[in-house]
Ligand binder design. Structure first.
Ligand code: CA2
Length: 138
């Protein structure tokens, strides 16, 4: 059975609770249950943290045993050389996902330190992006 981990970074624990016009009205926990129903044959895991080091520790923890990481590093996408280095340091491939279309937003969201370390990038398709990333791993 394939093992895939979804990692969400800072503030994504607020999904469904604030700013529904940008990020939608579903909590990630609700959405994660629907993903488990769509992919019954995958061992799907979920981790969220607001802390950069905790995200790095998780990438190290799964980075030699899992088949894929679906990563939405939130605002750390645009700032974190440390998360980029963590992705380079492990074997498990990652796909970068953003719920909103970062290219239609402020200029500081247009650059990602992580994209070059990822197999691919999905932006602007809402929560559906996580499902598409998992499909891409299969
Ligand atoms: O569009 C995305 O998925 C982002 O990664 C979300 C980040 C943002 O900094 C990136 O530029 C793009 C922000 C996540 C904040 O999530 C919230 C959700 C609900 C309410 C408030 C914040």
């Amino acid at each position: 059975m394939k093992k895939i981990l979804i990692i969400n970074g800072p503030n994504l624990n607020l999904l469904g609770k604030r700013e529904p016009e940008i990020y939608g009205s579903q909590t990630f926990e609700e959405y994660f249950q629907s993903l488990q129903a769509i992919f019954p044959d995958i061992e799907l895991h979920y981790f969220q943290s607001n802390h950069e080091g905790a995200l790095i520790d998780k990438i190290h923890e799964v980075g030699f045993s899992f088949d894929g990481i679906v990563l939405n590093a939130g605002a750390y996408t645009h700032t974190s050389v440390a998360i980029a280095d963590a992705l380079s340091g492990v074997k498990t491939p990652a796909i970068e996902v953003h719920i909103s279309n970062v290219h239609a937003r402020e200029a500081f969201r247009h650059h990602s330190y992580l994209s070059s370390r990822c197999k691919g990038v999905i932006v602007g398709l809402g929560l559906k992006g996580y499902e598409l990333a998992i499909k891409a791993f299969l």
